[in-house]
Design a protein around this ligand. Structure first.
Ligand code: HEM
Ligand code: FES
Length: 439
């Protein structure tokens, strides 16, 4: 007996054998992109769906799903696609569409109506020259460009497990560690995001603003400390809030970037907690900040001393996947030229397959900042591959094809550092997929 799952939004129906698999299994089998960072272990909540019709045709909540729903105060129409089995027809809507949305799920775990003290890193990024840009160029579409700016400079926050907390005027505020994480990780995530923003700005100036006689500049201030996190405000309008001295300090540190001449300026607490020995600094700057009696030491952040794998992957991602279809075409052609016998394993349309592969590669780059979920997800991907008939000795062919696709797609933007980073990342991905196939 088969049941029908209707996917609202894309208006597609799939049929699945009753009691044979979860909603997530049906999405994977039918090549419907459906985020599942932890691979169906009930830990990440990215597979969540809203049940629009047929809620009674689903299996009851598992222990893991119940715990998740309670901690996040979900209404009963939200279910974890990886935990519920279909007993009859249902109509569903996927709720998380992209990896960039995953971080904001952290804020569901903030307490309601009160605030809890948590160790977090705070980043303030201020855009300079923007008023000038819009005033000297009459035809300049301010709203369009502001959106481009917020997207390009917001992505590095999202790729590093940060939450975009607020936009205040020309400022973006990001917070790291609202739902936990070690001090070192939260500080490093914030520093990597700052560096990513610097790269994103270079691209904006070089590509999108090349016809304007203006170069945008930014100043970034970073601080780490115990701040209060919670949903605060009038009971009818509570907002996610991060408050406390470390937040105000981060804003003031940003305010010092101009006079210090440093584009990224960090407090001593960031410098120390991120692991001083691995951090390259420029100017050391000692100054008074409003509200502080003593002079504070601030440091210009130049970069990480050793190659930071995540930063290199993040920096190359948008270039690699600018044209996802062409990336996938080049890659699969190489795989089939090298190993024609694997072609028979692919039963589905190669365009859908390509979309899933690039979706997955992009998702992995975002999920590297949540490694515990990522490893579970890769193991599940590996055990799926065993079912698809993939043998361990096929992996080197795929790796080789990917490593050849990367320089071809990047062209003049190719750097050996990028190849090195993807080489290491693919080893990590493949190792975990193989482990999943063995378990
Ligand atoms: C870097 C390692 C790899 C990644 C990230 C990857 C990613 C994916 C993804 C995301 C899917 C969609 C289905 C799912 O999520 O389970 C998929 C399916 C598949 N992959 Fe891979 N894959 C990798 C390695 C390989 C290798 C080494 C082979 C063998 C040549 C292979 C052959 C297949 C096949 C046959 C399917 C199913 C196609 C179908 O149902 O038509 N993959 N892969
Ligand atoms: S909770 Fe369902 S995939 Fe992670």
């Amino acid at each position: 007996m088969k049941a029908r799952i209707h996917y609202a939004g894309i208006n597609e129906d799939v049929r699945c054998e009753i009691g044979q698999g979860s909603i997530l299994d049906a999405s994977i089998e039918n090549k419907i992109p459906h985020l599942h960072e932890c691979g169906g272990s009930g830990k990440c909540s990215t597979c969540r769906v809203r049940i629009l019709e047929g809620a009674k045709n689903l299996s009851p909540k598992t222990f893991a799903e119940n715990a998740m729903a309670q901690s996040r105060k979900w209404d009963p129409s939200i279910r974890l696609a990886c935990q519920c089995y279909v007993k009859g027809d249902v109509k569903i809507q996927r709720l998380i569409w992209s990896s960039a949305e995953v971080n904001k799920l952290q804020i569901e775990l903030a307490p309601e109506g009160r605030a809890e003290e948590r160790p977090i890193a705070i980043l303030f990024c201020d855009m300079r020259n923007f008023t000038k840009l819009s005033s000297v160029n009459a035809s300049f579409d301010v709203a369009f460009f502001l959106n481009r700016f917020y997207t390009a400079l917001g992505d590095p926050i999202l790729m590093n497990n940060g939450v975009i907390y607020q936009y205040v005027g020309d400022e973006i505020i990001g917070v790291f560690g609202t739902a936990g994480g070690t001090r070192e990780k939260n500080c490093r995530d914030a520093l990597r995001a700052a560096k990513g923003m610097q790269y994103a700005l270079e691209r904006l100036n070089k590509i999108e603003l090349k016809d304007f006689e203006i170069k945008l500049e930014i100043g970034i201030g970073l601080n780490f400390g115990l701040a209060y996190v919670g949903y605060l405000g009038h009971p009818t309008h509570r907002q996610f809030s991060v408050i406390g001295d470390p937040v105000n300090m981060a804003s003031r540190i940003q305010g010092k970037t101009k006079e210090s001449g440093a584009q990224i300026l960090m407090s001593k607490s960031i410098y120390q907690n991120a692991g001083k020995q691995n951090i390259e600094i420029g100017t050391e700057y000692s100054c008074y900040l409003a509200g502080k009696e003593h002079k504070l030491d601030l440091y210009e952040f130049l970069g990480f001393k050793e190659m930071d794998l995540q930063l290199e992957l993040q920096d190359s991602l948008h270039l690699l996947l600018q044209d996802e279809e062409s990336f996938a075409q080049i890659f699969y052609k190489k795989v089939f030229d090298k190993a024609p016998f694997v072609k028979a394993l692919f039963k589905n349309n190669m365009q859908d397959q390509g979309r899933l592969l690039t979706h997955m590669l992009g998702g992995i780059v975002y999920a590297l900042s949540r490694p515990e979920h990522l490893i579970m997800g890769l193991k599940k991907l590996g055990s799926n591959h065993q079912r698809y008939g993939v043998k361990k000795n096929y992996y080197p062919v795929v790796k080789e094809a990917l490593m050849e696709t990367i320089p071809e797609v990047l062209g003049e933007h190719y750097k050996p550092k990028i190849a090195d980073a993807w080489n290491q990342a693919l080893d990590f991905i493949i190792d975990n997929m193989k482990k999943g196939a063995e378990e």
